[in-house]
Write a protein that binds this ligand. Sequence first.
Ligand code: MRU
Length: 359
Amino acid sequence: MSDQDASPVPSLRWVELPEGPVVVLLDQTRLPREEVEFFCTDVPALVDAIRALRVRGAPLLGVAGGYGVALAAARGFDVEESARQLAAARPTAVNLAWGVQRVLACHRRILDAGGTPEAAARAALGEARAVHREDAEAAERLAESGADLLRELVPGGGLRILTHCNTGRLVSGGEGTALAVVWRLHRAGEVRTLWVDETRPLFQGSRLTAYEAAREGVPYSVLPDNAAGSLFAAGEVDAVLTGADRIAADGSVANKIGTYPLAVLARYHHVPFVVVAPTSTVDLATDTGSLIEVEQRSGHEVTEPVPGTPVAPLGARAYNPAFDVTPPELVTAIVTEAGVVSPVTGDDLADLCSPPGRT
Ligand code: MRU
């Protein structure tokens, strides 16, 4: 059996070992070279893994944050402090703080009602598992609605879809967000090509999306990010599909750096630009895109993307925001598990995403 036939290693799992529970991550920094799991026995290890992008992608960060709180509770660590550290590990993907808060609230409820720490820990784990399961269910609905929308926007099949960063199984309790739509369309024989932006500086596209596309048997080509313009100009793109890390109340979309220029290109070339994300990515408490905190990462990721192989002179400074923000008027549609918003307006987004869904 080839690697591609074997079931994928889960991107995240909770394992009960004799010495106590652990959160086990598929280490995404080692892909595509090797599928290696990373064991987190405590919250600082999980926080470091989140910062180092061993586990990444908005929906999975929510799941990881939830299990992190459950881990703290099960191992008798300071749950409130652990939750603070987890929520602050990365600032832009709102799912992380959302997953942490949801499980923390459940833990507090049990204690406030006079429950024992053991009962609170059991409840926290149940809630973390619910976050995980619900994300898988959301992915299923995203795939269905996104595929239906693409068929409407670009009738005739044979789709050439451009995507950025990585939004598949690796970021999800299920099949992902934007890539879940691609997998769905591919299984229906409707994808001609998946154009995969390499997604500098950390190559989530060429390392991770290409790895997933190969596993799925989707025909794909990797392109340097700066080749996207010529691809549009050549008429080779029918639609752009991306995920999101945070969607503000006005419909602005924060996603991996390099997403905004694709939206501008798509508008210029009259190509639909579609964002696919669970409602846990929508942050109605952040009014506009300009209020979204964009994570700034180390310049070394730009000047020395492979440690030991510098691509800039020693001491070169670098600009390395991890995300950019696309204004709502450039987004053709936002697909969530609760429905599709198109055109993208704050009112329609609020109607779709008002509680339940957020605690
Ligand atoms: O820095 P990363 O790799 O965590 O960034 C991930 C992205 O920007 C994804 O596109 C986003 O989280 C959507 S995942 C469904």
